[in-house]
Design a protein around this ligand. Structure first.
Ligand code: ADP
Length: 553
């Protein structure tokens, strides 16, 4: 800006200077031209008077001093000329000043020489006898005047230009200084040009608006952070280039990074293929989801692009922990495969036996065992289907089952009684001890729980063994334990016997009519009652399973 003001002032100063010089020269030229013309007229009148009185004698010894004097007769013949020989002179009647003098008594004219560097003024006067006296004088043209004065003009011009440069420099600094001093942080508190007041007021208003907007933004940012801070889901906000703008603590933890990753590319935090695919989808403005495994857990990544006027401006990446869901899904798949397999075997036996019977291949004496086989497998299938139904019911939460006060001791007593015959058949002694113990629970599930434990204690026992069932009520808990003196479970199997369809000895379990689901039902039922299961077993010595039910006051 200083430069522009400086250049403008210099330009104006030089233009004014040149215009002044031109005007001065014009005025001077006109003034001196008029003076010279008047002098020439007076001289012509004097010369005409002289010639009138003295005739040709007037010219003898005449000192013309820069003038040229010509005497012309009425026919235009030159009678005398102070410059050229009379004989060489052409007829002068056609000259403008002569024509005027012949007609009006006096005439004037001016003519340029061939070079334009000189102008000649002519003044003519008619005498009584009709002859004409003409005087001429050389007059400087504007060009010669300018050339003649060039030296002083150049000196003055140099001084004027230097002066104007100096003044322009000072003036431009003087004009811009208050502008440079403006304090835009406090626009209304400035002393400067009045003309700047509207601008400063506007800046002040805009600054206030910006402050207000940034405060609002800050507040929204804080709100956003407060909401996302305590979320278990990870949230990462990205710009259109995949640069992290914001990341919540959960996402920092999941990606095993720090808050310092803000400003970095998402791929520098995790370089996996799935995130790269999600970023490609975001660039296309498409919502996408992928699942990845981080630190042994399964996460679902969900990217939602944010678009404005048809172009993607950023995206929100949501990270959800779906480990349980994935495990449940896997369990469901395994369960379905196991169920199909478990059902297939008895069905094949039933179908095979029925086919042999209907073909009449089976001997009469063997038929009974075939019928028994069909019956046993059908019973096993029924038990299996019943257990599956019970388990799926428990998987769904068993919400429809009513809770009530149940006396665990009375329930155990009923079950022990109902299993007494079965136990005696395999020479097992069963006994129950304890006192009434009330818990708030689901009677059907508690019945299944005790039944399965007692049934296993009989099944995996030896002839002459015992099964001791005990129900103990303590201050804030009720303990149920089922102890047997059976085959026991080796340590490597102890962790797994509560899994669905897991059996230590598959053929023995099947032989005894087991489904492999009994202990899964026990585990589920205990969990629904917030009870804890403890297993204590030694191979060939026996097994004790203890279930501890909390009793809130
Ligand atoms: P099953 O229908 O086969 O009895 P469970 O889920 O009830 O299925 O039990 C799983 C496996 O745990 C059994 O097959 C058996 O090998 C083992 N088991 C359960 N209870 C006992 C026990 N009291 N003594 C020894 N082994 C047991």
């Amino acid at each position: 800006m200083t430069k522009r003001i400086f250049r403008s002032i210099c330009f104006v100063a030089i233009a004014v200077f040149l215009a002044s010089v031109a005007l001065f020269l014009c005025v001077l030229y006109n003034y001196f031209g008029n003076v010279q013309r008047n002098q020439l007229k007076t001289q012509t009148e004097l010369a005409a008077q002289g010639v009138e009185n003295a005739g040709a004698d007037y010219f003898e010894g005449l000192d013309t001093k820069g003038y040229r004097i010509t005497w012309i007769d009425a026919d235009g013949e030159v009678l005398f000329d102070s410059d050229a020989a009379t004989a060489e002179m052409e007829n002068h009647l056609e000259r403008e000043e002569i024509k005027e003098a012949v007609e009006d008594g006096y005439g004037e004219s001016a003519r340029y020489s061939a070079t334009l560097m000189e102008r000649t003024l002519y003044s003519a006067m008619r005498l009584e006898d009709g002859t004409v006296v003409r005087l001429s004088i050389a007059q400087n043209t504007m060009l010669t005047l300018l050339l003649g004065m060039s030296q002083p003009i150049l000196i003055i011009a140099a001084i004027a230009i230097a002066l104007s440069f100096f003044l322009a420099y000072r003036l431009s600094r003087h004009i811009t200084e208050p502008l440079n001093r403006l304090n835009l942080d406090d626009p209304l508190n400035n002393e400067g040009y009045d003309e700047l007041s509207p601008l400063l007021r506007r800046i002040d208003a805009q600054q206030r608006q910006i402050r207000l907007q940034s405060e609002e933004l800050q507040q929204k940012q804080e709100e956003f952070e407060a909401v996302t801070e305590n979320m278990t889901e990870g949230i990462v906000v990205l710009n259109s280039k995949g640069i992290i703008l914001s990341i919540n603590p959960a996402a920092v933890r999941l990606f095993d990074t720090t808050k310092a990753c803000i400003g970095q590319h998402m791929l520098s935090v995790n370089r996996c293929m799935e995130i790269s695919d999600l970023l490609s989808a975001m660039e296309k403005g498409v919502r996408a989801e992928k699942s990845i495994t981080l630190q042994g857990r399964t996460y679902q990544l969900d990217i939602s692009p944010v678009s404005e006027d048809g172009s993607v401006t950023g995206a929100v990446l949501l990270v959800l922990d779906v480990t349980e869901k994935a495990q449940a899904e896997q369990m469901r798949q395994e369960f379905t495969a196991n169920v199909s397999h478990e059902l297939k075997t008895p069905l094949q036996i039933i179908a095979g036996s029925a086919e042999l019977l209907s073909n009449g291949i089976v001997k009469e004496e063997d038929r009974k065992s075939f019928y028994n086989r069909i019956q046993a497998e059908s019973q096993r299938m029924i038990r299996l289907v019943e257990d599956i139904i019970r388990l799926s019911h428990l998987d769904e939460g068993a919400d429809d089952m009513k809770r009530e006060n149940v006396d665990l001791f009375a329930l155990a007593n009923e079950i022990v009684k109902s299993l007494q015959t079965e136990a005696e058949n395999v020479q097992i002694t069963m006994h129950l001890e304890g006192t009434p113990a009330i818990i708030y629970g689901i009677p059907q599930l508690l019945q299944s729980l005790i039944f399965n434990l007692c049934d296993n204690a009989i099944k995996y026992n030896r002839a002459g063994g015992t099964v001791a069932v005990q129900v103990k009520a303590e201050k804030d808990r009720v303990i149920l334990s089922v102890a047997d003196t059976g085959i026991g479970i080796s340590p490597e199997h102890q962790n797994r016997i509560f899994e669905r369809f897991y059996r230590v000895d598959k053929s023995r379990s099947k032989e005894l009519g087991g489904t492999g689901l009994g202990l899964s039902i026990v585990k589920h039922a205990a969990r629904l009652h917030e009870a804890e299961i403890a297993l204590n077993s030694a191979e060939n010595e026996g097994t004790t399973i203890t279930v501890t039910f909390p009793v809130p006051k």
